[in-house]
Design a protein around this ligand. Structure first.
Ligand SMILES: Nc1ncnc2c1ncn2[C@@H]1O[C@H](COP(=O)(O)OP(=O)(O)OP(=O)(O)O)[C@@H](O)[C@H]1O
Ligand SMILES: [Mg+2]
Length: 324
């Protein structure tokens, strides 16, 4: 059994409004998967159902094979959950709180001190272990929430916007941590921040308005959007002829100072070799090569196109009109 998380036809309705509308996906053991979507997409609702905090209207969810409705204890035993709003006890000190949580989660007395030490270290809250939670900054509080999710060393981690409220250094630490957990532990994390999934996730599930709209690796999602591009800034008359004779398709070109920018579609096969050959031919012909850039659609572009499918795609030219 290699499936750590299985979500099948999950529906959650509030009145007539479906916060989650027939969502299915799986996460395999050791994967780090990003659950991506704009505000109100249904991320937190899905995760709450997954960890057994909320019952679905229909559909099912399983953690390591245990149905979260039918067998909640077994499912929860495998889980570490960091909710969107971390519920902490302000009057407790950090290490004391983690001890309390470890006990609740059934971490044996003998193993508790080591488990707390490990969680403090992984979430980088060792330096505040004796501080009252009420006296912590928001980012540190988030980190204590993360330590809480980690303290039972769960096989499956479900993190709802783990880096919300953190500064850039903290965000980097948490991304590195999440990445390092992969392989050993299974991680499903929600976010609406795109660089987050590129930095730490092997796969992405995109949700919008309660529906699953895409799924794949960050680079597969990039490929959905448009074919790879090669942009060259070149000076010298032979450039155009050399490009025309190459396997690259000329998409557009325009003057850039005393040089010219060429946007090319790359060939489907042997792209690397084709680029090397083109550049060496250009240089050999005395063309000044100012810049060579390989472009792929950024995840931002993909995200925008997936979650606003009703809006027209921008044309290749930046000044392309936006027809209503
Ligand atoms: N208890 C509730 N009662 C009614 N509607 C709710 C409830 N909880 C969530 N919703 C609605 O369900 C939809 C999905 O909310 P959810 O919190 O899952 O979104 P999200 O993707 O986590 O968004 P965010 O990025 O803002 O955290 C929203 O339209 C929200 O208003
Ligand atoms: Mg949310």
């Amino acid at each position: 059994m290699t499936t750590a998380i299985a979500v099948e036809h999950l529906v959650k309705r509030y009145g007539v409004h479906a916060a989650v509308n027939d969502v299915s996906f799986e996460v395999q053991r050791g994967e780090v998967v990003g659950f991506l979507g704009p505000n109100g997409a249904g991320k937190s609702t899905t995760l709450r159902i997954l960890v057994g905090f909320l019952g679905p209207t229909s559909g099912s969810a399983r953690i390591e094979g245990h149905d979260v409705q039918a067998d909640p204890h077994a499912a929860k035993a495998a889980l570490g959950y960091m909710p969107e709003a971390v519920p902490l006890y302000g009057e407790m000190r950090v290490a004391e709180y983690l001890r309390f949580r470890a006990e609740l989660k059934g971490v044996g007395r003998a193993a508790r001190t080591a488990a707390i030490g490990r969680a403090l270290e992984l979430a980088r809250v060792v330096d505040v272990k004796d501080t009252l939670i009420d006296h912590l900054s928001k980012g540190y509080r988030q980190r204590v929430g993360l330590a809480d999710a980690l303290v039972s060393n769960p096989r499956v981690l479900v993190l709802d916007e783990p880096t919300a409220g953190m500064d850039p250094n903290q965000i980097r630490d948490v991304r590195d941590l999440i990445k390092s957990l992969g392989g050993e532990q299974t991680v499903l994390l929600s976010t609406h921040i795109l660089p987050e999934v590129e930095a730490s996730c092997g796969r992405v599930v995109v949700i919008d308005k309660g529906r699953l709209v895409a799924e794949g690796t960050p680079s597969e999602l990039g490929a959905l959007r448009r074919p790879p591009r090669l942009e060259l800034v070149l000076r010298g008359a032979p450039a155009r002829g050399i490009i025309a004779a190459s396997p690259f398709e000329l998409v557009s070109d325009h003057d850039e100072g005393d040089a010219r920018r060429f946007v090319l579609g790359t060939p489907k096969k042997d792209e690397d070799a084709a680029i090397e050959a083109l550049v060496s031919e250009l240089v050999g012909a005395g063309v000044g090569v100012r810049s060579v850039e390989r472009g792929k659609a950024s995840l931002e572009e993909v995200f925008a196109s997936l979650t606003h499918a009703h809006e027209p795609e921008p044309a290749a030219e930046p000044e392309g009109g936006e027809a209503a």
